[in-house]
Design a protein around this ligand. Structure first.
Ligand code: MN
Length: 229
């Protein structure tokens, strides 16, 4: 026989279970700031959809799994997790490096792209810094393409700021974030095959020539200004 007390207990348990289920995981997939087809014909809609909805979502889900149940880690931003990787519990370090790196890298990546008509060129302080560090925008883009073309296997080419405020162009394997090296990422070029294989197959150089048509230089210039202060 179900008593009133049993019913009350069942209701309480049910509410507790619902509360646990409703607790939002700490990390979530940011919306793309444009339509899937906004970067056509340079980056195709299907690649964008799978890259964002499947690949990036998987990094988010796996990062959430890695920090699940750890209240201290769940309070940190993904950038904070990456910056202090060496101090994290050993059992989460690899997941934070790979899945957290994937989440942080892609969250920035979507923002640094835009429709070709809005791509523009670096402005203000960033334009001056690129001229000083690389000898001008054309030479910088040549070096960026060469660096990205030279990544063996999966990884990224990165334009970042070192702690002294100097622009650094280099590459990193897998999802290693510049934050692991105390650098602030400004622009990353994803050269994992999932970023280009549907449209460009083995022609990474063609993908690299194409993606430079859809860089959101206004965003990157503003980010430089904010970070270089
Ligand atoms: Mn990717």
């Amino acid at each position: 026989m179900i008593t009133r007390r049993t019913l009350l207990e069942m209701a309480t348990l049910g509410a507790a279970a619902a509360a646990v289920e409703a607790a939002e995981p700490p990390f979530s997939l940011p919306k793309l700031p444009y339509a899937y087809d906004a970067l056509e014909p340079y980056i195709d809609a299907q690649t964008m959809q799978i890259h964002h909805d499947k690949h990036h979502q998987a990094y988010v889900d796996n990062l959430n799994k890695a920090v699940a149940g750890d209240a201290a880690l769940s309070k940190l931003t993904v950038e904070e997790l990456l910056e202090r990787l060496d101090t994290l519990p050993a059992n989460v370090r690899t997941a934070v490096r790979n899945q957290g790196g994937g989440h942080a890298n892609h969250s920035l990546f979507w923002q640094t792209l835009c429709p070709a008509a809005k791509s523009g060129k670096p402005s203000g302080a960033l334009a001056a810094a690129i001229a000083q560090s690389f000898g001008g925008q054309d030479k910088f883009e040549d070096q960026l393409r060469a660096a990205a073309a030279g990544v063996f296997g999966s990884g990224w080419a990165w334009l970042s700021l070192d702690p002294a405020g100097k622009l650094i162009l280099d590459t990193a394997p897998n999802q290693d974030s510049p934050l692991l090296s105390k650098r602030r990422p400004l622009l990353g070029i994803d050269v994992w095959e999932h970023a280009y294989y549907l449209k460009y197959q083995n022609r990474r150089a063609d993908y690299l020539a194409a993606i430079l048509h859809v860089i959101n230089w206004d965003f990157v210039s503003q980010r430089y200004k904010a970070l270089a202060g």
